[in-house]
Design a protein around this ligand. Structure first.
Ligand code: GLU
Length: 389
């Protein structure tokens, strides 16, 4: 089992913050606490770790701003509350991060944005650009438009999807519970705390309680579901209490938390998805120079493509063939088939003149590409992948 590291040893961390930590029913936003989290985030960023935040609290904050009475809200009421609360929430993050001269960017996602490949690619490209700008993405579900059937409903699983989508190596779930116990601790005095979980087995799932009970909604059940999503894609997960100030540095100082070991590596998990799960919707044939570039871990540029066939859309899986006619790779198309045909064999700096807009420079970006050629070359490709992802 991979061992626990200090947070600053991770390259990219997604931190999920539960509503109860950020919002007090009576007094509203807990500003001092938020400031303390932002100080922790600034320290991690200064140590070279990318941080993304998945922040709940829109509905809770909207309730407080609108002074709605306690009790269950109807769907349209909670959506309207989210519309009010999300503005306040984003502003609070932006102001708190600006104390350390960090810029915040708001991203609102729906379930479809992470499930559908084209939207997934778009969302990922935006988040990645935001981080290249040095900003911290503040992410939430787009509660104002998401309806019951097409929403996550809980930010634990949304945060796990964001973690796998962005290649994060750690997901931290901060809430009012400090980790996983063998049984619900408030009901069972013999419940034991679990500090490290090597694998999410059916026994571990059973400890989280049954699915779909009123008590477990957004509770341990969704956290374990998040753990399954994250760890199977090579991302470790920590469940920790966020009740104290500076909850992220508290984890490093030994505050009690449960650690879930990753079961794969980010490279193989994502590339396995690209290579294995999807049927190629089209083909690209490439020249010898492009074949060498792909083997060296580079992106496929339009200049190296000799032929495009099939009907595919941006984000669909395509098979890539070398000059000998052998399939050498699979990847996610950066362009629709008709656009790909227009820029075949052309230089990247000609794309804008041909298509009328400045598209991406790659036909298939290296992050979306996996070599599928003979076993002898696959090992070296993997080593190269590991060095640049
Ligand atoms: N998206 C919801 C909100 O911001 C929270 C969902 C959750 O608590 O998991 O209010």
């Amino acid at each position: 089992m991979q061992s626990r590291q200090p947070l600053s040893a991770y390259k990219r961390i997604v931190v999920k913050i539960g509503s109860a930590l950020l919002v007090d029913r009576k007094s509203g936003l807990k500003k001092a606490w938020l400031d303390s989290v932002c100080t922790d985030i600034a320290a991690l960023k200064a140590a070279g770790t990318d941080v993304l935040v998945v922040s709940s609290g829109a509905i809770a904050l909207g309730r407080s701003v609108l002074q709605l009475p306690s009790g269950t809200l109807k769907l349209e009421e909670s959506q309207a509350a989210a519309a009010v609360g999300q503005i306040a929430l984003a502003r609070a993050w932006s102001e708190a991060l600006s104390r350390d001269e960090i810029i915040a960017g708001q991203i609102l996602l729906t379930l479809g944005d992470t499930e559908e490949r084209r939207r997934y690619l778009n969302g990922r490209a935006t988040i990645s650009q935001l981080m290249k700008f040095g900003a911290v993405p503040i992410i939430n579900e787009n509660d104002t438009v998401a309806t019951t059937e097409i929403r996550y409903g809980d930010n634990d699983r949304l945060a796990a999807r964001v973690a796998t989508m962005t290649g994060a190596d750690l997901l931290v779930l901060l809430s009012d519970i400090d980790g996983l116990y063998t049984a619900p601790p408030h009901l069972d005095p013999d419940a034991k705390f679990l500090e490290a979980i090597a694998e999410i087995t059916p026994e571990i799932e059973a400890m989280a309680g049954g699915a779909a009970s009123e008590l477990s909604r957004g509770g341990m059940r969704t956290k374990i579901d998040a753990g399954k999503i994250a760890t199977s894609a090579g991302c470790a997960m920590i469940i920790a209490s966020g009740k104290m100030d500076h909850p992220l540095s508290a984890i490093d100082k030994g505050a009690r938390s449960s650690w879930f070991a990753p079961s794969g590596t980010p490279v193989t998990a994502r590339k396995t998805w690209i290579a294995g799960k999807l049927q190629p919707a089209g083909e690209m044939h490439v020249d010898a120079g492009a074949e060498r570039a792909l083997s060296a871990g580079k992106s496929l540029l339009p200049a190296g493509v000799t032929l495009v066939s099939g009907q595919f859309e941006r984000g669909d899986t395509i098979a890539i063939f070398g000059p000998s006619g052998r399939e050498i790779a699979r990847g996610l198309a950066g362009y629709d088939a008709s656009e790909a045909r227009q820029i075949t064999g052309r230089k990247s700096n000609e794309i804008e003149a041909i298509l009328g807009y400045a598209g991406r420079s790659a036909m298939v970006h290296r992050d979306d590409l996996v070599m599928t050629a003979a076993a002898s070359t696959r090992k070296s490709d993997r080593e190269k992948d590991a060095s640049h992802v």
